[in-house]
Design a protein around this ligand. Structure first.
Ligand code: CA
Length: 493
């Protein structure tokens, strides 16, 4: 560490806030006892997340917080501030140069960044970036990574969070899921014989191998140790508490499972509920530790999920769709922020925001001026004014999703939200859908044919946004050309 940085760290160490970014995997908008809809839903009644309720009671709940519809794009957007259309890590990553896309009759995926992100130059099919933790570290923060990373493919630098600005890495690597949640199985998938799947084995955590402990608990214990050390050494910390839960493989958390069986849930439903409650216990344990260490009043806690619930899970009514889809069930997430002394207790904010906003927001919370210091262009906007109770004008803001892939039943699409309106462009058949989210949160009524002027306006905005980000469209196998952007499509009619 350079001397100047050390001095800066000492000067600010007492006042700068610690930041906990608590990110859950594959948790849907309704999979909590905290109501994010205007009314309490069936799923709100099913799940028990008392610590999320406490966080919401102390902080601000966001009812229209968006992510990408799948893991890696969301995680890359949060750590870089770029929209997925720009960073081009548009599907999930794992093996070097190997895309998980399924073959499609007429389309093939573009040459996307299948190897994720990295800080190094010249790594094929990656986006070279200045990641969030590297800026925090430079400013004197201790940057702690716990859990799922999923930023870059195996055998590339982005596999290891230590190459992305983290000082400490506990259990993170290329894979977007754990081999197993069970300590008895060493958190490994080696026991799966067909196919052998050791690429998913959780690295580290050897102390817990062979023991009766759930992965969520092991990660929490290790995170608390790292926080305790940081507090003892008087360094402000950034804890990226990125749980593998509640992503597949769905394996029951025995601490909570039986309660849900007794409540009448089927084994799969009770398994998912137990994983959610285990995750919530982790949130409670982290908050309790912060209090015990005497830094509660100077620690900001941000709760978020990375995409909607998978299709195997119950629908998050009233939302339509699941993980991977362009509908709200794929992208709308439960988000809560507690900033002691700033966010009003039990506040609720309906202003839409999106995952790339986390980058400038977290840096602003940490007091780090990042302008002019990043290799990448940042698309995100800070949501810090909202935490202070100020308004942000969002009626004219374009929110963009881009998935030029065919995977697990979901075809290639782009989508835009502007004000209450959302336009979806399905690439394979050039179909357009237009929904009014204010009056139709379930996206049941497609207005594409009865609102041609609005369709044209949104298609123009979508085309402009994708073009400015140099978005990659899928390739038409017959013509060998990329699929046209939505605005071009309408011009040709
Ligand atoms: Ca995910």
């Amino acid at each position: 560490m350079a001397l100047g940085v050390m001095c800066a760290a000492h000067i600010h160490a007492d006042t700068r806030p610690n930041i906990v970014f608590f990110l859950v995997d594959d948790m849907g908008w309704q999979e909590t006892s905290v109501p994010f809809h205007t009314e309490v839903t069936e799923l709100n009644r099913r799940y028990h997340t008392p610590n999320m309720q406490r966080l919401a009671a102390d902080g601000m709940k966001f009812t229209q917080a968006y992510a990408s519809a799948v893991c890696s794009p969301t995680r890359v957007s949060a750590i870089t501030g770029m929209n997925a259309a720009r960073h081009r890590v548009t599907n999930w990553t794992l093996r070097k140069n190997a895309s998980p896309d399924n073959p499609h009759k007429t389309l093939q995926p573009p040459v996307w960044n299948v190897n994720g992100i990295c800080m190094e130059q010249g790594i094929e099919r990656t986006y070279q970036v200045t990641p969030l933790p590297s800026l925090l570290r430079e400013a004197g923060y201790r940057t702690i990574h716990v859990g799922k990373a999923h930023f870059g493919a195996k055998e590339t630098p982005g596999d290891d969070p230590l190459n992305l600005g983290f000082d400490i890495n506990i259990a993170g690597h290329a894979a977007g899921g754990p081999g197993s949640y069970w300590g008895e199985k060493n958190f490994s998938a080696a026991w799966r014989t067909d196919p052998p799947a050791i690429i998913w084995d959780v690295p580290g955590l050897e102390d817990y191998h062979g023991k009766n402990i759930y992965l969520t608990e092991a990660l929490t214990l290790e995170a608390i140790k790292a926080v305790e050390q940081s507090v003892a050494e008087k360094e402000p910390f950034y804890l990226y508490m990125s749980h593998y839960a509640v992503h597949a493989p769905w394996e029951k958390d025995d601490r909570f499972y039986q309660t849900y069986i007794d409540a009448g849930l089927k084994p799969f439903e009770a398994t998912l509920a137990s994983m959610i409650e285990g995750m919530d216990k982790s949130l409670g344990d982290v908050m309790a530790a912060i209090k015990r260490f005497g830094v509660e009043n100077n620690t900001i806690v941000i709760f978020m999920s990375d995409n909607g619930s998978p299709s195997q899970c119950p629908r998050n009514l009233p939302l339509r769709g699941h993980k991977l889809t362009p509908y709200e069930g794929g992208t709308r997430e439960p988000m809560i922020v507690k900033w002691p002394g700033v966010t009003k207790p039990a506040a609720s904010c309906d202003t839409p925001l999106i995952i790339e906003d986390f980058f400038p927001s977290i840096l602003e919370l940490a007091g780090v001026d990042w302008h002019g210091k990043t290799k990448q262009s940042v698309d995100g906007r800070s949501f810090v004014p909202l935490l202070k109770g100020d308004q942000i004008e969002s009626e004219d803001r374009n929110f963009i999703w881009h998935f030029p892939h065919n995977y697990s039943g979901q075809g290639s699409f782009s989508a835009i939200r502007r004000g209450p309106w959302k336009l979806i462009h399905h690439h394979s058949d050039q179909r357009l859908e237009l929904f009014n989210l204010e009056t139709d949160i379930g996206e049941k009524h497609n207005h594409a044919s009865d609102q041609p002027v609005r369709v044209k306006q949104l298609a123009n905005e979508l085309g402009k946004e994708l073009r400015s980000k140099q978005a990659l469209m899928p390739i038409n196998k017959i013509t060998g050309k990329p699929v046209a952007f939505a605005d071009k499509l309408l011009q040709d009619e």
